[in-house]
Design a protein around this ligand. Structure first.
Ligand code: AMP
Ligand code: ZN
Length: 457
């Protein structure tokens, strides 16, 4: 069963073939740590986690690298505006370093709560300033750069494949460009590699460089750090769809401009989480964090279930009603499992095959969940269902391996069985009586499509 993934670069579903099998180099664009991650951001990491688990299931030895952006990401992707970290520091009246540390820790807590495995390697942009300067020097030596009054820029007209990832109409952009904010840029798509600290102003984060005191542009960190950790060419690079036209397009221009080699073989992007059909974004002020959801009575894994109910390449509209439905489904799943005996050695092979086929088909988690529920409704023994559920959860990560079976006393089991007989005989008076006795003894019985489900009250 080959693994097939949609590659943004070719716009096609391709069979996944690592460059150096079974090793897989995987770089996931990480968070900008100036504020709490919102649940839209977290969708990107749930997607990356499903991909990582799927690769491992397919026998790959994955090295997952994630960056922490703690400098250089300006409030506008077009190299203008304030540094997001400096802005966060002002807001909280603390240093940029404290802000970065605080939100990095909170981000790691969010990952843990969502059952997302930490990457094998974390890389912080501020720990890699020399590597970024080296890369800019290489680009300079190859004639890709020019200087303006506020920084060193990449001349995108010098890179013939500029914009391929996003299928950008670069020529059209040039002709259609209105008054540019930065009149010194040669082309509208040119971007900063190094920005000078503003005259007469001391930034909290700034470094010496061959071009003057300043700080790196946002995109250069990902090129420098990913190639350092994974080599000049590696297998997978992920991020949200907003990264396609600017950030990832510029990463390709920088990396391939410097090395002359293909940078990344497979580019994968998750679609957005929307609120009221608009993008959930910090700047729009319409966002929820995991804490907000928890205050409303939802667990982080309820949210994970919600996200998996949509394909990663589909937009997903967030509503509390939708999340409630996911919570009910997730809780039922957990209860069903808690009611199952020990797992059998052999699971429900057909359902497992269908499940992994769906996942290997470009990570079709909604289809995978559908197969899982079909299996639960089937008449396979519970012990086999449990074995399969646990295998499926190695991909889904819904915390099923940690579910403890509930201890139902023999007496209760017998009552449940008697009640089933009464129900089958349509003796509803008796079945209600038995239900009341079960409740009096501190248990609860619920009738589901897959049979009676017992819970502790
Ligand atoms: P940032 O911390 O802003 O660099 O974003 C972290 C990740 O979240 C990036 O991969 C973004 O593309 C992604 N992202 C941002 N907003 C959303 C959203 N509403 N839905 C899904 N992914 C998002
Ligand atoms: Zn990045």
């Amino acid at each position: 069963m080959p693994l097939k993934l949609f590659n943004t670069l070719s716009r096609k579903i391709e069979e996944f073939q690592p460059i150096r099998p079974p090793k897989v180099g995987f770089y996931a664009c990480g968070p900008t740590v100036y504020d709490r991650a919102h649940i839209g951001n977290l969708r990107a990491y749930i997607f990356e986690d499903i991909l990582r688990r799927t690769l491992i299931h397919n026998g790959c030895q994955v090295k997952l690298v994630m960056n922490i952006t703690d400098v250089g990401h300006l409030t506008s992707d077009a190299d203008e505006g304030e540094d997001k970290l400096e802005k966060g520091a002002k807001r909280e009246n603390s240093s940029v370093f404290e802000i970065a540390e605080k939100y990095t820790q909170l981000f790691k807590q969010d990952l843990k709560a969502l059952n997302i495995a930490e990457p094998d390697v974390w890389l912080k942009a501020t720990d890699h300033i020399p590597e970024q300067i080296e890369l800019i020097k290489k680009l300079e030596a190859k004639g890709f750069t020019y200087k303006t009054s506020d920084g060193i820029y990449y001349d995108t007209s010098k890179f013939p494949h500029y914009g391929d990832l996003a299928k950008l109409n670069v020529k059209g952009q040039k002709e259609g460009a209105r008054v540019e904010v930065n009149q010194e840029k040669r082309n509208p798509t040119d971007f900063a590699l190094w920005k000078f600290s503003p005259q007469g102003q001391k930034r909290q984060m700034e470094w010496e460089s061959p071009w003057g005191v300043g700080f790196p542009g946002w995109h250069i960190e990902c090129s420098a750090m990913s190639m350092k950790a994974l080599g000049e060419s590696f297998d997978i690079h992920t991020g949200g769809v907003d990264h396609i036209p600017v950030h990832h397009t510029n990463e390709i221009a920088q990396s391939e401009g410097a090395t002359g080699r293909r940078f990344v073989k497979y580019w994968l992007h998750n679609e957005f989480l929307l609120v009221d059909s608009g993008k959930m974004a910090k700047s729009a002020g319409n966002f929820f964090t995991l804490d907000d959801l928890q205050e409303k009575g939802f667990s982080p894994l309820n949210y994970r279930y919600f996200v998996l109910g949509a394909h990663y390449r589909s937009k997903l509209n967030f509503t509390l009603e939708g999340l409630k439905a996911s919570q009910n489904a997730h809780e039922e799943l957990v209860n069903r499992l808690a009611n199952m005996p020990s797992e059998a050695k052999i699971g429900c092979a057909d359902f497992e095959n269908n499940f992994f086929e769906a996942i290997n088909n470009d990570l079709n988690t909604p289809q995978g969940l559908a197969v899982m529920w079909e299996m639960l409704k089937s008449d396979n023994p519970d012990s086999a269902k449990k074995a399969s559920l646990l295998k499926m959860d190695e991909i889904l990560g819904l915390g099923l391996a940690k579910v403890n079976p509930i201890k139902i006393p023999k007496e209760i089991k017998e009552l449940v069985e008697k009640r089933e007989v009464a129900r089958k005989n349509k003796d509803f008076k008796l079945s209600d009586e038995i239900r009341n006795r079960i409740v009096e003894k501190g248990f609860q019985v619920e009738d589901t499509e897959g049979g009676p489900l017992v819970r502790v009250r």
